[in-house]
Design a binder for this molecule. Structure first.
Ligand code: PAF
Length: 282
């Protein structure tokens, strides 16, 4: 496995790979089993002949809150070990100064899907994600890229970016990886207080119950309201949103023949957790 610390090293490291299938998994580090699963899927997709590239870059421009950025775990040594174990060929680990000129003046804004869900409470977040992912796509020039469905809105917005800007890459959405008790894996989980960690699986339990009710024909507001009620009953939890929307447009209304998305964000102490589930009518 090769580690590229600069854009030049990345370019040199990928020279041989041009013309082959290049499968890319961008990350911000603090890698856990969810990331490992994305990397293994990338290895599978690339096959023996293809190349798997991953980036580890804590992207400052996608943080709307300086405290969240400062508290974000950074574990470069274990991250490198995870990449190696999962069959990554090239890891790109630039610094913020290498990625962003001090007088950077380009912005990258998606204007419809970014206005709702996490976009409503995290101004500038998705513009920062689009900017860095577009730059990483330009640097790596992958044929394919894999993103987890835990950040469902991020994936939907990146699909829109790739479509609207004709970026020649195929995006793949990977299923959410969960702890045995249902809690979706997240780099933020390690910051949960014990009582919040104990209560957090109630999110996925409520989502699973909602999927069953939706499949059985329950009304949108009834399904959404039941999840909101379940989260409200957890001590000390502050709900950011509970929304049931069309899975592609991320807006209402949700037609019965379309995939729906039930998405939640809630604060457990000072840790903001998100989770979601795709819903279909039976
Ligand atoms: O999902 C993430 O970890 C980040 O938003 C991404 C896609 C690596 C961009 O910084």
């Amino acid at each position: 496995m090769q580690i590229a610390y600069t854009k030049e090293e990345l370019r040199a490291g990928l020279q041989e790979a041009r013309g082959k299938r290049i499968v890319f998994v961008p990350t911000m580090g603090a890698l856990h089993a969810g990331h490992a699963s994305l990397m293994r899927q990338a290895r599978e997709l690339a096959g023996e002949q293809g190349v798997v590239v991953s980036s580890i870059f804590l992207n400052p421009v996608q943080f709307d809150n300086a405290g969240d950025l400062a508290a974000y775990p950074q574990t470069p040594e274990t991250d490198i070990a995870v990449c190696r174990e999962c069959g990554v060929d090239v890891v790109f680990m630039p610094t913020p100064e290498m990625m962003y000129s001090a007088d950077r003046s380009m912005v990258m804004e998606e204007t419809h899907l970014s206005t709702v869900l996490c976009g409503a409470s995290r101004p500038g977040h998705f513009a920062g994600v689009c900017l860095v992912v577009c730059k990483l796509f330009n640097l790596v020039q992958p044929t394919d890229a894999i993103f987890g469905k835990k950040d469902y809105q991020q994936l939907a917005i990146l699909r829109r970016m790739v479509r609207d800007l004709d970026i020649p890459v195929v995006l793949h959405g990977a299923e959410i990886v969960r702890e045995a008790d249902g809690l979706a894996l997240s780099s933020r989980n390690v910051r949960l207080l014990p009582e919040h960690r104990a209560a957090a699986p109630q999110i996925s339990a409520a989502l699973r119950a909602a999927a069953v009710a939706y499949a059985a024909g329950a009304a949108v507001e009834e399904v959404r309201g039941a999840v909101e009620h379940a989260l409200k009953s957890i001590d000390g939890v502050r709900i950011d949103y509970v929304e049931l929307v069309d899975a592609e447009t991320l807006h209402a209304p949700v037609a019965d023949d379309r995939m729906a998305l039930l998405a939640v964000a809630a604060w457990f102490g000072d840790v903001r957790l998100i989770d979601n589930i795709e819903l279909v009518r039976a």
